[in-house]
Design a protein around this ligand. Structure first.
Ligand code: ACM
Length: 262
């Protein structure tokens, strides 16, 4: 199975140009699964709730999801992409999962970071896993990595690959995802963005790049540069995530002692 990410610099508010970049780039990708950054359609640094409402779209009927569905059908690949989602009066920081057969699902970010708490509603979908044929995939968004429960829940639900759209600012995630993978024996694709935003006099946010694909034993198969755009695809065997035996006596998930964890 060929999996990877497209790390790039979305321009704030330029939804159709950001999607043009995605369409142009994925036209050259031979892949089964491509993960795009968090809020890659809209950009990240919102300054008001009105702005978040104006840039958010219904899922799956909004133009961004529809365009991604058309792309996934044409390129015969599954795409996981971040966008601001409008649902009634709520705006969620969401990721859509689309594939050759159309819309697959939507994950709404559980753990909102920094000023996201001003503009978005905490997600209510929980951590979900979808069977896309060659693998079961789960989704979490950026800051969710800080909560090991997120990756653990996805592993317990059977995810082989964690798709992790991100807009990372803090430095620690790229060195932490190998631990998430090791402790759950799963693959992860973290798709971060590059560039910076400093909107309407706000402090500049610089995104750290360093997207990566990590294998179930914690090996970093590839890490992107901090400041350059990159499409990266690697061949993996999702079955590597299914054997949770650590030794003949230890099985990673089976041996959890849930009654002692409270
Ligand atoms: C983040 O959750 N965007 C850091």
């Amino acid at each position: 199975m060929r999996i990877g990410y497209f790390q790039f610099t979305p321009r704030f508010g330029e939804v159709s140009q950001n999607l043009d970049r995605v369409v142009e780039t994925l036209a050259q990708a031979e892949a089964d699964l491509v993960v795009l950054p968090e809020l890659c359609a809209s950009g990240y640094q919102f300054v008001s709730q009105q702005e978040a409402i104006a840039l958010s779209e219904p899922v799956p009927d909004g133009p961004t999801t529809q365009r991604l569905i058309a792309l996934a059908k044409k390129r015969r690949m599954v795409i996981v992409a971040g966008l601001p989602e409008r649902a009634g009066v709520a705006c969620y920081n969401s990721a859509v999962i689309v594939g050759p057969s159309g819309f697959i699902g939507c994950y709404r970010k559980t753990h909102l970071f920094f000023e996201e708490t001003l503009f978005f509603t905490p997600g209510d979908t929980g951590f979900q896993v979808w069977d896309i044929g060659p693998a079961k995939i789960g989704a979490m968004i950026c800051f969710d990595w800080y909560y090991p429960e997120a990756a653990r829940t996805l592993a317990l639900k059977g995810a082989d690959i964690i798709c992790h759209p991100s807009n990372l600012i803090l430095p620690n995630c790229p060195d932490s995802m190998p631990v998430r993978c090791l402790e759950n024996r799963v693959f992860a694709v973290t798709a971060n963005r590059t560039g910076s935003e400093a909107r309407s006099g706000k402090d500049q946010l610089t995104f750290i790049g360093n997207s990566e694909v990590v294998a179930p034993r914690g090996t970093i198969l590839h890490r992107a540069p901090r400041d350059q755009e990159e499409l990266y695809i690697v061949e993996i065997d999702p079955a590597d995530a299914r054997n949770k035996a650590l030794t003949p006596y230890n099985d990673l998930l089976r041996d959890r002692r849930e009654s002692l964890y409270r």
